[in-house]
Design a protein around this ligand. Sequence first.
Ligand SMILES: [Zn+2]
Length: 254
Amino acid sequence: MSAYAPSNTIADKVLRRIRPLRNKREIAVNLDVPLVSISFDDFPVTAITHGSDIMEQYGWRGTFYTSAGLEGIDNHHGPHFTRDQLTALQKRGHEIAGHTLSHIDCSTLSETEVVAQIHKNKTMLQEMGITQTVDGFAYPFGAASAPLKKLLGEKFDAIRGVADGVHKTSADLNELKACGVYSSTIDSVIARIKALPVAPAWLILFTHDICDAPSAWGCTPAEFKRILDAVASTRADVLPVREAVHFLRDRHDQ
Ligand SMILES: [Zn+2]
């Protein structure tokens, strides 16, 4: 959901600029071939029908950052997932990760409230039939802070933000960089993907609704297909975020 906009004062901007330097949990990235993860936030039904269903034709699986409280709701991204769709995604090998219960800006909450939000989300996902460990998380609205990075870094293995970028030599597991796939960014995202084989890096993509008249935080089915074709042309390994982290750890341990 993006109708809500996080605070954006000059003080917030300064804090946002210095935040990446604080409470990092780094993992080495040293790749011979590009690594790409494709993720969906919240999430609307079209992220399945025009997103992961198409990814599966390429043999790929994705990561769904799920707010259980959005089950069945309808907003500017369209109708959201049902329980059956969620468990079907799990069955087909997709990662189900956390995104708070009610898709709330964690930087506006007390520590106790944040913990309650992520705990209730995990519990509800389990009640819906999710049996995999929910060890991934994405900050709703990308709203992170140094204290939040520390708090959530103790509760999740890999946490994604929305700060734009790719991981060339290292990745901060407390706030992974990502690249928004929106109609307005398609050409620049494709250029970035095409550059991956020259300097292999880990790129995490994310989007919301995928439909013919998408929101400002989504794209059309044709645009998403162009992204997938561009990724395929790089011969990248395409893995859900959780598996990508395991892959990087195993590489580093060798
Ligand atoms: Zn979200």
